[in-house]
Design a protein around this ligand. Structure first.
Ligand code: NAD
Ligand code: ZN
Ligand code: ZN
Length: 344
């Protein structure tokens, strides 16, 4: 089978031939129908060897949907031909967090050497993939695979982040979305669907700002040294009750801190190496800052249901598996509109 692998530190993704894996007892073999391209993969491929916590080569892809191709002994709850989405943040399955469906916050995954597919375990950017346990599968139903696959991360991660702040997003409130790429353009739609807040989007190019407006942002403004003043002006000095930073670089984290209202939330989602000090004189009174990771299994079900209700439309660019390296190059260059999706 064809697979897209990151093979050597500092290298670029390569399309390689691998044997089709065979499911062991309890495992499920999926024939992949779509795999998403996330900026976190670029972050992984930029790490020096000492920061990588798993060996190479790595089959990429932590957003995956497929159909069940074969099941290992003992698997009864899915059947060959079922369409499923893969819940990516795999945990141990029995710790207190996993028991709540929050495998993204598994207390033991690291110690046990359990990694998400595409971020340590063989991923979704291949013709076939092994899923270790049926609890990592969510029924897809009649959702279109290309539309649905970004929801497993580019939908789930903003959904989890936004859900935390919903009590603050009352009528008259403002939410700021920094970075309107794969995650950000879905975040805008989730905010519009779940809250009455006014949404202000920030990005660095007119093309991205146009997409932000198209998917529902009330205001879309350039992200630069003037952004804080612009947000303050739009909110009559008050600032935003919730700021979601899908870049997470030092300048955007600073912008997030500058935009937030008294008692507001700053949520840093992007892995850009930025941080935000909290303290008297640095952030408004009772503002809180958090950096969440992905989302729970239950929340993935909710995101898929939200998509089924028709209120989220992911903008996608599709590529054949042989063109996956080009998709990564486009994402790196900032020219992807919405999410790049590989058709394995
Ligand atoms: P993306 O490349 O699709 O989108 C990033 C967007 O940010 C682009 O539109 C880009 O133009 C914009 N941008 C870049 N610099 C900017 C700036 N200074 N100000 C405003 N906008 C700017 O990336 P993505 O796949 O959506 O991922 C976004 C970030 O979230 C990445 O850092 C990724 O690693 C991270 N991520 C985190 C989690 C998590 O669980 N915390 C999950 C998925 C992705
Ligand atoms: Zn991701
Ligand atoms: Zn666990």
């Amino acid at each position: 089978m064809k697979a897209v692998q990151y093979r050597t530190v500092g290298g670029t993704p390569e399309v390689v031939q691998l044997p089709v894996p065979v499911p062991a007892p309890g495992q499920v073999l999926l024939r992949m129908t779509a795999a998403g391209v996330c900026h976190s993969d670029i972050a992984v491929m930029s790490m020096p060897a000492e920061q990588l916590s798993f060996p190479l080569p790595l089959t990429l892809g932590h957003e995956g949907v497929g159909t069940v191709a074969a099941v290992g002994d003992g698997v009864v709850a899915v059947e060959v031909g079922d369409a499923v989405a893969v819940y990516g943040p795999w945990g141990c399955g029995i710790c207190a967090k996993c028991a709540e469906g929050k495998e993204n916050y598994c207390l033991r995954a690291r110690d046990l050497g359990i990694f998400p597919p595409g971020l340590g375990a063989p991923g979704a950017m291949a013709e076939y993939m092994i899923v270790d346990d049926i609890r990592h599968l969510v029924p897809l139903g009649d959702l279109d695979p290309v539309q649905a696959v970004p929801l497993t991360d580019a939908g789930l991660t903003p959904y989890h982040a936004i859900k935390r702040s919903l009590p603050k997003l009352v009528p008259g409130s403002t939410a700021v979305v920094i970075g309107t790429g794969g995650l950000g353009h879905v975040a805008i739609q989730i905010l519009r669907a779940l809250s009455p807040a006014r949404v202000i989007a920030l990005d660095v190019s007119e093309e991205k700002l146009a997409l932000a407006r198209e998917v529902g942002a009330h205001e879309a403004i350039l992200s630069d040294a003037q952004s804080v003043a612009a947000v303050r002006k739009l909110t009559e000095g008050k600032g935003a009750e919730a700021v979601f930073d899908f870049v997470g670089a030092p300048p955007t984290a600073a912008t997030a801190g500058g935009c937030v209202a008294v008692e507001g939330d700053v949520t840093i989602v992007g892995l850009g190496g930025g941080s935000l000090p909290v303290g008297f004189g640095t952030t408004p009174y009772e503002a809180s800052v958090t950096a969440p990771y992905w989302g729970s299994r239950g929340e993935l079900t909710e995101v898929l249901d939200l998509a089924r209700s028709g209120v989220i439309s992911v903008h996608t660019e599709t590529y054949g598996i042989d063109d996956a390296p080009t998709a990564y190059q486009h994402l790196h260059d900032g020219t992807v509109r919405g999410r790049a999706v590989i058709l394995p």
